[in-house]
Design a protein around this ligand. Structure first.
Ligand SMILES: Nc1ncnc2c1ncn2[C@@H]1O[C@H](COP(=O)(O)OP(=O)(O)OP(=O)(O)O)[C@@H](O)[C@H]1O
Length: 387
């Protein structure tokens, strides 16, 4: 969708901001550009909507060499969100959001109706916020308006330059979560600039780690964290990357253990015999549709009347997660519920349980890291588990 071919930008004073850059962003993919101040991230981004012209190489958007596309027409295909979003101070939030569709020739009423939909989409009730002026919003709310405005023309591509940089960490995390939710339904092709590795890891399908004017590594968050390509990347992503990797490694079916499974209407005697044969101290209890009901302890069944059913002794399950949730969520759920294992579901269907041991193995699986990296991450995780 966006392709850089040997792109260089040398400013008039001789500064090489971007040096022979080649990479591609697939349709619907969110790529984060991350690196220290002055490494060329913003220059890279501004070359895509021709706010800056490269001095060498070519950039393609959907197969078109953008040098041949009229810049105004090009920018209609590209939403742009920046930190100082530059809302018009004398226009209401609704009118700010409606500006682009209106400029694109939509009748005013239609543009405003679309703007209201977009505000709703980014979590701002248009009946509450639509008539306010930008100065009457919090920083986080202003950024949401910025995102709504960038989406107003329904562009296939979004460029976002530190869009959540000016808000406090709590609001920032909130905006990130909302943006991920939005992206999971909109599937825009996104280039997202940040200097914050946590943000890059959290949002990116892939991350481009910038050194000075060049990309040092371009890969998935799990690989960048697990197997940094150079000492520079290793230093940039930080010594606690083993823990960061927990945030980007999903629970997979293969990570799960299969405990004994009982059903609500199973007779106690048969259930106990089955558990004894497995040497199990507890079993998962499913309902008649194979959905998760809870669990039952062998001790509880041992004291029960043999002609009863599992139903009377089963306890509801509090700790469960959907398959695909990040290991970090599994880990914090275990801690929160003081649970030695948690159930993993696909919709309502029970798939198996994740234990600390399996979590540890999943973390190992997540990387192609060399032995040194693996053991380091393991040690870090072990320290946390022991704490
Ligand atoms: N108009 C310009 N003239 C000369 N040098 C420039 C110009 N704009 C940017 N630069 C230089 O180009 C390099 C890359 O700048 P750029 O803004 O792309 O970095 P960045 O990675 O986005 O940094 P930050 O995170 O601080 O925004 C820097 O050394 C910067 O000083």
């Amino acid at each position: 969708m966006i392709r850089f071919e040997h792109v260089t930008k040398r400013y008039a004073d001789g500064t090489t901001a971007v040096d022979d850059l080649s990479f591609e962003v697939a349709e619907g993919e969110l790529v984060t550009l991350v690196g220290p101040s002055g490494c060329g991230k913003t220059t890279t981004m501004k070359m895509v909507n021709r706010l800056i012209e490269p001095t060498g190489g070519r950039i393609f958007l959907n197969g078109d060499d953008i040098a041949t596309v009229d810049p105004v027409e090009l920018r209609r295909r590209i939403g742009y969100v920046i930190q100082q979003i530059g809302l018009f101070p004398h226009k209401t939030v609704l009118d700010n959001t409606a500006t682009v569709p209106h400029l694109l020739g939509r009748p005013r009423k239609e543009a405003r109706a679309r703007a209201a939909e977009l505000l709703d989409l980014v979590g701002l009730d248009p009946s509450v916020y639509g008539s306010r002026y930008p100065e009457q919003l919090s920083g986080g709310q202003r950024q949401r308006v910025g995102v709504a405005r960038a989406l107003a023309a329904d562009p296939p591509v979004l460029l976002m330059d530190e869009p959540f940089g000016a808000v406090d960490p709590v609001v920032r995390e909130h905006l990130q979560t909302e943006f991920l939710r939005l992206q999971s339904s909109l599937h825009k092709t996104v280039l997202f600039v940040t200097h914050d590795i946590e943000e890059a890891v959290r949002l990116g399908d892939r991350i481009a780690v910038y050194g000075s004017g060049r990309i040092e590594q371009f890969d998935t968050p799990a690989t960048v964290l697990g197997a940094p390509a150079t000492p520079y990347v290793a230093e940039f992503v930080g010594a606690d990357r083993g823990l960061k990797r927990l945030s980007v490694t999903p629970i997979e079916t293969g990570d799960l253990e299969q405990p004994p499974v009982l059903h609500l209407d199973d007779p106690v005697g048969r259930a106990l015999a089955g558990m004894a044969a497995d040497g199990a101290r507890w079993a998962v209890v499913l309902d008649s549709e194979e959905g998760l009901h809870g669990w039952v302890a062998a001790d509880a069944l041992g004291q029960a009347a043999e002609d009863g059913t599992v139903r009377e002794h089963a306890r509801r399950m509090e700790a469960w997660l959907p398959v695909g949730a990040p290991l970090k969520q599994a880990f914090s759920t275990m801690l929160q519920h003081d649970a030695g294992w948690i159930a993993v579901l696909d919709g309502d269907r029970f798939l198996g349980v994740l234990t600390p041991g399996r979590l540890h193995e999943a973390l190992r699986r997540s990387t192609t890291a060399d032995a040194a990296n693996i053991s380091r991450a393991d040690v870090e995780l072990q320290t946390v588990l022991d704490a």
